[in-house]
Design a protein around this ligand. Structure first.
Ligand SMILES: Nc1ncnc2c1ncn2[C@@H]1O[C@H](COP(=O)(O)OP(=O)(O)OP(=O)(O)O)[C@@H](O)[C@H]1O
Ligand SMILES: [Mg+2]
Length: 408
């Protein structure tokens, strides 16, 4: 029996860097162009559906920015707790900033109380110093934060760095909460817009689900001009092929996928990066087992892999929705729009075809709002809706096939 020494080269999983990042050259080039701005007028906003590769792209941009002479701050997720208040946001920003600034020593002349007059002394931009300056500065949160960032900008200039990129993932979690009088998102936007206008080279690089665009515009209308949107789409057939083949080449695996198998992966993954990694990993594992049993490499076991994908990826999300919400999702799925847009009136019209008792539009609107809150769908800028999870409609259709008596 042959003992295989190859490790599975595919990496499905949130934020797991693929061995080869396929098809993102144009997006990387756009980011590099933004780094070359004399004054920062435009900040990158990376958006796209679940699993399309936002986190790994952001991670890829970090060494690029550092090579180009920038410092990189953050890279962490903006959790909902950061959104709770302006104070939480400030703590997050200053804690992240201190990681790069704590290496910066600056000679300052501080007024001292005695007769000895002013003495130059070396200070380190530690978290405590950043926080101290923040607390000592009079005014609103935004005045305080601007004062800290502007002071750090002076120190950074002496380091011969081009500036600092503040990178935050899952930025759709950052939202204002008017009912509680909390405005962390507006604070972040106001501060960066203001310091950038003064020529401070600090750039915001945000990633998030497509809802983020609406959230930003709701907070501040000027964000349309402040951000350059990099929309990550599914990979083309050529790029999907690359995502499948290059990891095998890089690990010098002598057993490539057959032409037929590649076509199958292209088709059932829809070109979505997470699905490509998932399907290839499963196919490869199946193949290794067969090989160990001296078996022949057969075609990709599509049915079994889809079933595993359903239980590992989709089922958890389906488990969050109520029966009433499921009814609406089933109608949307039957409309066959795949990952396209849909409206309340289209769903109402389709329900007349599929249901004995069609939906009222008020009911559909309310359910779409609750599904948006769950992160399953989002409202596009044209006031229509889309699934936030790719190929969710297809999953619902498979689910219907499995349990047709549960439908209506
Ligand atoms: N360009 C790419 N080529 C190959 N694989 C990729 C590519 N982009 C992402 N992947 C793979 O897709 C999966 C999802 O990537 P990632 O977690 O970055 O997506 P995401 O958009 O951040 O998802 P979420 O919205 O859930 O946070 C990972 O397994 C990653 O390795
Ligand atoms: Mg992510």
């Amino acid at each position: 029996m042959t003992q295989l020494v190859f490790k599975n080269p595919y990496r499905p999983g949130a934020g797991h860097m693929p061995l080869h990042l396929a098809g993102r050259e144009d997006d990387i080039a756009k980011f590099k162009a933004l780094l070359n701005q004399e004054t920062i007028l435009s900040n990158p906003l990376i958006t796209g559906l679940r699993g399309v590769g936002k986190t790994v792209l952001l991670e890829t941009l970090k060494p690029i920015a550092i090579r180009e002479g920038w410092l990189w701050v953050g890279g962490t997720e903006l959790s909902e707790s950061v959104s709770v208040s302006e104070d939480n946001l400030v703590i997050r920003l200053l804690a992240d900033l201190s990681i790069v600034t704590s290496g910066i020593t600056q000679t300052v002349v501080e007024e001292s109380a005695g007769f000895s007059g002013s003495q130059p002394k070396n200070v380190v931009w530690s978290y405590n110093r950043l926080m101290h300056l923040y607390q000592e500065t009079p005014g609103l949160h935004s005045d305080k934060l601007k004062a800290v960032l502007e002071a750090v900008a002076v120190a950074v200039r002496h380091l011969n760095k081009k500036g600092i990129v503040f990178a935050y993932d899952e930025a759709q979690n950052l939202a204002d909460n008017a009912s509680k009088d909390r405005y962390p998102m507006s604070l972040l936007l106001d501060v960066f817009q203001s310091i950038q206008r003064k020529g401070v080279p600090f750039m915001l690089a945000l990633t998030g689900l497509p809802t983020i665009q609406t959230r930003l515009t709701e907070a501040r209308t000027y964000t349309e001009r402040m951000f350059h949107v990099i929309f990550l789409d599914r990979l083309s057939a050529k790029e999907t092929r690359e995502a499948i083949e290059v990891p095998l080449q890089l690990t010098q695996c002598p057993f490539p996928f057959s032409e037929k198998s590649i076509n199958t992966v292209c088709e059932i993954s829809g070109g979505y990066p997470f699905f490509i990694q998932f399907i290839c990993k499963e196919a490869y594992d199946t193949w290794v087992q067969q090989h160990e049993n001296e078996g022949e490499l057969s075609a990709i076991p599509v049915e079994e892999i889809l079933r595993k994908l359903d239980s590992d990826f989709f089922q958890g999300r389906w488990g969050l929705v109520t029966d009433r919400q499921r009814d609406v999702l089933k109608v949307i799925a039957q409309m066959g729009i795949n990952d396209g847009e849909f409206t309340v009136s289209e769903i109402v019209a389709a329900s007349e075809t599929y249901l004995i008792k069609p939906f009222a539009s008020s009911r559909v609107s309310a359910i779409l709002t609750s599904l948006t809150r769950l992160g399953l769908i989002f409202r596009t800028r044209h006031g229509k809706y889309c699934f936030a999870v790719p190929m969710f409609g297809k999953f619902v259709l498979r689910h219907l096939e499995d349990a047709p008596d549960l439908i209506w």
